[in-house]
Ligand binder design. Sequence first.
Ligand code: SD4
Length: 327
Amino acid sequence: MNTRRKFIKKSAVTAVGIPLINVSNCYGAQQEVEKNISKKIIPTVISTWENQKANEAAWNVIKSGGSSLDAVETGVKVPEADPEDQSVGYGGRPDRKGIVTLDACIMNADGDAGSVSFLQGIKHPISVARKVMEETPHVMLVGSGAERFALAKGFEKINLLTDLSKREFEDWKKTSKYKPVINIEQHDTIGMLAIDKNGDIAGACTTSGLAYKMHGRVGDSPIIGAGMFVDNEIGGAAATGMGEAVLKSLGSFLVVELMRQGRTPFEACKEAVMRIIKKQQFGDIQVGYIAINKEGEYGAFAIQQGFNYVITQKGQTQLIDGQFFKK
Ligand code: SD4
């Protein structure tokens, strides 16, 4: 961590544990500091879809005083390891060549980011993404380069294609009909955001991407600002659904920037969805956003009915149906 960051980190917590940003050299500094003093930290975990177990794993990290970064990594590793979750990690649906390829990204409260894409044979792409962030001068590694890096860091190479996903793929091949329509049953990419007891925000996103995608296709999930984005002064956002639509609007970055301009997490998610609706063909696709701000307020919005998300605060985990544009 460079000296400036260390300094900000040191000065970022007051005696009562309230995060302050060192803005003394900026215009409007006093106003900014006063605004932050009145903020109360609400440790929070939020994730896309029915990922209650992931939230609980993340919450346990936060409860015991761990960082939001450790929390989101621990949380999303739950569906990554679950063979029954066919959209994430081990057991994910393959591409049209029958190969499972994984995308993931992670960001910490210092604004550092790491990402892997088109990664094959590694159960926990999120942990590889974290190593890219922490142990390389880069943000993103892809394909065989990412795999080689993972193996060098001690990750084990395994077969990610389970019997169930293989059988479904064999069935799909009978028609090879490909219309990249995401419907509710076919996806549960996990995007997760967390605020820890220091008020620091981190995020993670991990997926096997669209089932039967073209070999080499990369979606939004590993792209910083598309699948997930965190700015520790403002909040974080994550996306799920049709990655192409999210990529074309850099959705998660947009949500965070809208919160910076004063929108609530819900309003920001809604506006990002409305951008897709205004500018893209949205009839058959699903995109859902989740967001949190620095005060632990949260919100979500999706194009279609059927999107849900999980929120954990004060040890209580709730599954919430997201609001949507179109029934
Ligand atoms: C992608 N956004 O690869 C991912 C898919 C997804 O739940 O969200 N699935 O486009």
